[in-house]
Design a protein around this ligand. Structure first.
Ligand code: ADP
Ligand code: MG
Length: 348
């Protein structure tokens, strides 16, 4: 559950990758706008789900948050401090608190390293967290915490199943006792039967250690049970953000409505009463996104205004007096219940 203050504030984050032509004399002919103005807050101990189709920029956001990628512009604040401007020791100290769990446990673990070395690797970069003589014991403790046998510390990744490998990835993420875990589609590569086990583990760890999760998925059904709030991304921007209940029961952005209509419903009665929204066309290229609202080329509500004006995240009036994190915001000129007030995450 969410408690207290934001641990992470992301403001107008942008990542453009240059598109070049030529081999010897590279010329920039444009840019892939992978992330193009993303803002959100992550609160202590909460889970913010980030959902969107493949290619919408989720992993790029994740990589910027853990410093694997430098933002083109925008700011990332950790407990109020702008960490995009930090370097050297100050950066290292902050980064310890923000760790990543990767998508594919088959390719993200070095096959030539033992599980003990993989989980203990972060201590090489941050020796101050665990003195050398203490590391083996700590790694065994971590194995135990994620539900693996501490006696398997000398085994190699191939000796474990997919779900177990992701537990190893999670143990490595926990080694430095971070406050924030950025989990980039942590269960997408796993069998459905194993997904729930890994998600349950992550929930238990969150309670035990007070972790904040940014939990990325390409599908709204996966994040439903773990998220306190959900942000829906489309082509490098957030289309809608709100609490779990708001997003799933009262989506106001047409894109969220379409995504939800594609989520399987187990109850046959409910299924009958639901309309499946089929979106026209494909996602446009992030090198050449539509003017105005990026979703307009596939939206049944689109009008002239949508091509002219970029819709900002706005909060329906009904939510205006709620505490900031409960706010529900939708970047649509024709969002249901739309009445404009500035949203969480908008710069003043
Ligand atoms: P997601 O994780 O939502 O599937 P990504 O963040 O991986 O999306 O990618 C967003 C967009 O940026 C995609 O169009 C992808 O092809 C592009 N992209 C990602 N990384 C790079 C890169 N290093 N160079 C150029 N384009 C990239
Ligand atoms: Mg990705």
């Amino acid at each position: 559950m969410r408690r207290g203050e934001p641990v992470l504030q992301v403001r107008e984050l942008v990542k453009h990758y240059p598109l070049t032509r030529g081999v010897l004399f590279k010329r920039q002919i444009g840019a892939v706008k992978a992330v193009d103005g993303v803002s959100f807050d992550l609160y202590q101990g909460e889970t913010l789900g980030i959902v969107g189709e493949s290619g919408c920029g989720k992993s790029t956001v994740a990589r910027m948050l853990v410093n694997l990628e430098r933002p083109t512009s925008g700011r990332i604040l950790y407990k109020g401090e702008d960490i995009t401007a930090l370097s050297g020791r100050a950066l290292k100290a902050v980064r310890r608190n923000i760790q990543m769990v990767f998508q594919d446990p088959y390719t993200s673990l070095n096959p030539r390293m033992t599980v003990g070395d993989i989980i203990g690797e972060p201590y090489e970069i941050h020796p101050e967290v665990a003195p050398k003589g203490d590391r083996r014991r700590r790694v065994q403790e971590l194995l135990d915490v994620v539900g693996l046998n501490p006696e398997h510390i000398n085994r190699y990744p191939h000796q474990f199943s997919g779900g177990q490998r992701q537990r190893i990835g999670i143990a490595r993420g926990l080694a430095l006792r971070p406050e924030i875990i950025v989990a980039d589609e942590p269960v997408s590569a796993l069998d459905v039967s194993v997904q729930a086990q890994v998600i349950n583990l992550m929930e238990r760890l969150q309670d035990a250690f007070g972790l904040a999760y940014l939990f990325i998925a390409h599908d709204l059904s996966i994040v439903r049970h773990i998220s306190d709030r959900v942000g829906v991304m489309y082509l490098g921007r957030i289309a809608e953000i709100g609490t779990d209940a708001e997003i799933y029961d009262h989506p106001t952005h047409p894109y969220t409505q379409a995504l939800l209509s594609a989520v399987p419903v187990p109850d046959p009665d409910a299924r009958e009463h639901r309309e499946r929204i089929l979106l026209a066309g494909d996602v446009p290229s992030p090198a050449n996104p539509p003017s105005g609202c990026r979703f307009r080329t596939r939206c049944w509500k689109a009008e002239e205004r949508c091509a002219q004006e970029v819709p900002l995240l706005v909060v329906p009036e009904a939510f205006r007096t709620a505490p900031t994190p409960a706010r529900h915001a939708s970047a649509c000129h024709f969002a249901e219940e739309k009445r404009v007030v500035p949203a969480e995450g908008e710069l003043t």
